[in-house]
Design a protein. Sequence first.
Length: 385
Amino acid sequence: MRGSIRQRSKGSWQIILDTGNGPDGSRRRVYETVKGGKKDAQRRLHELIVGLEKGVYAPPGRLTLAEHLHNWLEGYVKTNCSQRTLDGYESIVKNHLILALGHVQLKHLQPQMIQAYYGKAVEKLSPRTVAKHHRLLSQALKYAVRQGYLGVNVCGLVDAPGWKPKPMRTLTEWEVQIFLEAASDSRYYPVYYTAISTGLRQSELCGLRWRDLDLGLLSLSVNQILYKRRGICEVKPPKTQYSRRRVSLTPKLALFLKDYQAERETLYWQLAGKPLPLDSFVFGLPGKPCDPSMLSHDFAIIAKKAGLEGVRFHDLRHTFASLMLMRGAPAKVISEALGHASVAFTLQTYAHVLSGMQEKAMALLDEVLPAGVNKNSVAKLSPTL
């Protein structure tokens, strides 16, 4: 496959690509005009050659970044990602990327344009948020390369804003006591106590049904999640195979949930005149699930009341993992309880907890090893000293 470039006028270049002979023996060529410099024409020629070699050549057109992002959301994200992910991506695309770069033709998108966008975006948004924009745009352009619309993902030539993750906030054993005491009068106390005792995500707790509990065998199963989308609570299957799991319960939690279940059964009988259905939500009102927004709002109030401002509901999950690690629980057991894809991810996430356990580990080793005996002291080796 051969290609050439010739200048038609100032700032205008014509690409001529020889694609070989057609079925009838006639020579086939692709022509395309590129506005800009010679380097722009050379880059487009490279894209065409790569596309043709892959058999995914797309005829030249005026496809804009906005149009491609829309096609990517509808054709790929919508069918391969969760609704929550799609909602987040649509918000970034609509409120940021299209406003800044949507008018640019996909084939004319350059690294300098993207880098300039990041520079302006960080004036109003956090570097972490803009880094999310970079990841989304990179995924969308990677899809364009696979479809043959681009030869190179130009996001690979752009530096995303650097940022440092905030230190993980976990509660100490004493702070757990303070928080639970402050939450003792809250209707959501059973949710908080279960969250600290199991490490379940908020969506997993809100989606928990009575049929998912086996209090006799001290376990529960995560079979569905519940989250709020545009003001409506929706039930979905767990996002990954690792999220669908069985979690062991502490005897204290199992006893607490037995008493809580007896109370709910009594209440339901008084209201409905029949037994509590197994498909009803553990932490919801009769016939209604636990509202995630109300739960988060209540948690913030209680955390402030307990002097723990800045602590999020999700930090209860981190607290569970940290307390388990500090008590010597195997990382694999904790990873399975949390629903992580690998033990390596768990160890990476809670590396700061493990590093703080070195002194305790060395103290345990000190109890096992005997005291050292120095039989080759300097005094014995050097009698003249």
